[in-house]
Design a protein around this ligand. Structure first.
Ligand code: NAD
Length: 480
């Protein structure tokens, strides 16, 4: 059975304790590889290696740094089939999705920041004839990057690319549920000639290896993507140490459909925003609000198309919905479906675990599920389920749907469908979300700020903001 290894000081090594955790293929329920069960000792090793590498990496001409990162991007593209297959086996997502979205986005992340870093400029302020102020931006030191399981290599590279491009060295931990592509990535870094110690990838549990990253005194910036509860814990540890923090957390995103929308486009994209990646995308629109006059028409069509989705073996080209990431997560999703029923909801399609025939008979599959008849205040409509489950609720007016949309503790993203331009601007300005998509969903431009309001997080990724996060700003004032 394959043993995944840590990547520390440029080498692939086992954890200091020699202990391993099991890695399960969610489509079959079988253990198929082992992961180092790293602890604070491994993080200490990784951090000293990153500290040793910092002087050379941060002072290397940016063009040279950029060239190494671009080489890594090219290697990801070269290995797209292998990486997509690995992502699908590790996470349960359809291999076609991994090949079309996850892996291309991973190389795009590396390219975007490799080239962006070359264009960083700083400001000067001339104070009459008396003084000149100039601002320098320098890499902050060793950064800690922690990522979740839903878009494994995509989100892992979304953090480490700006950190490395900014000149930081990194200690990173992918999710223990989906470690495989980060492991394959470490091999690509070696092949690309990334100097030793610049990136260190330590595998293991959040409560052990992850917590040790947050607590390490020599790690000055933490970029974290994951759940809101974990985010709170991380903030509680990091804040008294005055670490710089970027937190990308959970969501409970509204998808608002006005009667004057392009109906076909709204339904087609709502299927994607509800069930892509089994609904395990922080940006999925799990609360659908439909204007009363088209509520029945929308619901009928939406149910029809949901029932037509092929749930199946993630390795088959025909599969649109794969397995949930783990048994525990599947059970959590199923519990929320029963809770919805206790709260008075009607499950109008889906609602059950599926046992497929053949090799996937013990996999963690849940039918795409649509629930109606719930209030906005109930737990089903307030808490993040993070699975193939959506609710549909009718609304009467713009004011009402804005209050519905803003009624949760989250504020990550929102989608709205209308052909009325004034309404689009008006409603967008009132939504308490870090990202609003009008007549589209998950349309990404990597230059734009990405992140959430309220309990969806702190800080923004994307564009210059992510590069700046990994830098320290200093103003130098010279009296003339
Ligand atoms: P999680 O919070 O359980 O784990 C995320 C990562 O944090 C994992 O690598 C985990 O090992 C680590 N971790 C756990 N406890 C830790 C601790 N005490 N200290 C340090 N690290 C720790 O989240 P998850 O279940 O892997 O991912 C799902 C969540 O991520 C959902 O809530 C989803 O909305 C959110 N998410 C947010 C975004 C975004 O951009 N806002 C993107 C994707 C996922």
């Amino acid at each position: 059975m394959e043993k995944i290894q840590n990547y520390i000081n440029g080498e692939l090594v086992q954890s200091i304790s020699g202990e391993y955790l099991q890695n399960i293929n969610p489509a079959t329920g079988e253990v198929y590889s082992l992961i180092p069960d790293s602890n604070a000792d491994d993080i200490a090793e990784a951090t000293s290696s990153a500290l040793r590498a910092f002087a050379d990496w941060s002072s290397m001409p940016v063009e040279k740094r950029s060239a190494i990162l671009l080489r890594i991007a090219d290697l990801i593209d070269r290995d797209i089939d292998r990486l997509a297959l690995a992502e699908s086996i590790d996470n349960g997502k359809p291999v076609t999705l991994a090949k079309a979205v996850d892996i291309p986005r991973a190389s795009a992340n590396m390219r975007f920041y490799a080239t962006g870093a070359i264009h960083v400029s700083t400001e000067a302020h001339i104070t009459g004839i008396e003084a000149i102020n100039y601002t320098s931006k320098t890499p902050i030191g060793v950064a800690g990057c922690i990522s979740p399981w839903n878009l494994p290599l995509y989100l892992f590279t979304w953090k480490i690319a700006p950190a490395l491009a900014a000149g930081c060295t990194v200690v990173a931990k992918p999710s223990e549920l989906t470690p495989m592509t980060a492991y394959l990535f470490s091999k690509l870094c070696i092949e690309a000639g990334l100097p030793q110690g610049v990136l260190n990838i330590v595998h293991g549990l959040g409560s052990k290896a992850g917590q040790a990253i947050i607590e390490h005194p020599d790690i000055h910036a933490i970029s974290f993507t994951g759940g809101t509860v974990t985010g709170k814990k991380i903030a509680a540890t990091a804040a008294p140490m005055f670490k710089k923090l970027s937190l990308e957390l959970g969501g409970k995103n509204p998808n608002i459909v006005f009667a004057d929308c392009d109906f076909e486009q709204a339904v087609t994209t709502s299927i994607l925003s509800s069930f892509s990646n089994q609904g395990e995308i922080c940006l999925c629109g799990s609360r659908i609000f439909v204007e009363e006059s088209i509520y029945q028409k929308f619901t009928d069509e939406f149910v029809k198309r949901t029932r037509a989705l092929t749930i199946g073996d993630p390795l088959l080209e025909s599969t649109k919905v794969g397995a949930l990431v783990s048994e525990a997560h599947m059970n959590k999703v199923l519990l929320y479906i029963s809770l919805a029923q206790q709260e008075g909801g009607n499950v109008i399609t889906g609602g059950r675990r599926l046992h497929l025939d053949g090799r996937c008979s013990n996999g963690f599959f849940v039918e795409p599920t649509i629930i109606t008849g719930l209030t906005c205040e109930c737990r089903t409509n307030q808490e993040e389920i993070f699975g193939p489950v959506v609710t549909i609720t009718p609304f009467k007016s713009e004011e009402e749907v804005i209050s519905f949309a803003n009624s949760t503790a989250y504020g990550l993203s929102a989608t709205l469908w209308t052909e009325n331009l004034k309404r689009a601007h008006r409603v967008s300005s009132k939504l308490k979300s870090g990202i609003v998509w009008v007549n589209c969903w998950l349309f990404r431009d990597l230059r734009t700020p990405f992140g959430g309001m309220k309990q969806s997080g702190m800080g923004r990724e994307g564009g210059w903001e992510a590069l700046e996060f990994f830098m320290e700003t200093k103003n130098i004032c010279i009296k003339l």
